[in-house]
Design a protein around this ligand. Structure first.
Ligand SMILES: [Zn+2]
Length: 202
């Protein structure tokens, strides 16, 4: 969540991300075991080897939507319309929470364009940063273990291909300090780092 999200939230505008589409879509009921296979195939395809046109990415920054019913399409539309950004979502990847899409499903977003995202108040503190967004409000509830595992997998694959050290895997609030609580008070960076190096088995 970046500055304009913050302002929109203060004005009540962020509700448009939280509102489901007019007709409720059927929930994706694939299990996380099935989704793990889907995620592995997605990441093999995208991150198998370094692309010639890739940016020199240096940081990985974790966000949340602060809205439980967000979807990549909704975020894309919201950022296009409200921020006038033709590339849509200001996140490189999103991880779903089981409400609109399957729990733990990783979807590439701005990554495909190899463009920076406007996702920080102080981008100079984390230059060439990738924005990974958890769908959900983790100010209100803990991050499901499946989402943490999917996030750790994504981080591990990005770190490997891009040669990013674990010290440069961080959170929005760690970069921007008091300006934001994103990705929510329940998000535990130490737990993410432990999962990345394989110290958590669940
Ligand atoms: Zn954020």
């Amino acid at each position: 969540m970046r500055r304009r999200h913050f302002l929109a939230a203060a004005l009540g505008g962020a509700g448009s991300l939280a509102r489901p589409a007019a007709a409720a879509r059927p929930r994706d009921r694939r299990s996380y075991a099935e989704i793990q296979g889907v995620n592995a195939a997605t990441l093999d395809g995208l991150l198998g080897e370094r692309g010639e046109n890739w940016r020199p990415w240096q940081w990985i920054v974790v966000h949340h939507t602060a809205a439980e019913h967000a979807s990549l399409e909704g975020i894309d539309r919201y950022h296009r319309v409200h921020f006038g950004d033709p590339l849509g979502a200001e996140y490189h990847f999103v991880i779903n929470n089981g409400r609109r899409r399957a729990l733990g499903l990783i979807e590439p977003a701005r990554w495909r364009y190899q463009e920076l995202a406007a996702h920080l108040f102080h981008p100079e503190r984390a230059p060439e940063s990738l924005a990974l967004c958890l769908i959900g409000n983790f100010e209100e509830r803990p991050v499901p273990a499946s989402m943490m595992d999917a996030l750790a997998l994504l981080c591990r694959r990005l770190m490997g291909t891009l040669e990013i050290p674990i010290e440069r895997v961080t959170t929005h609030r760690a970069v921007d300090g008091r300006l934001t609580q994103c990705p929510g008070r329940h998000f535990d960076l130490d737990d993410l780092r432990a999962r990345i190096v394989g110290r958590v088995d669940e």
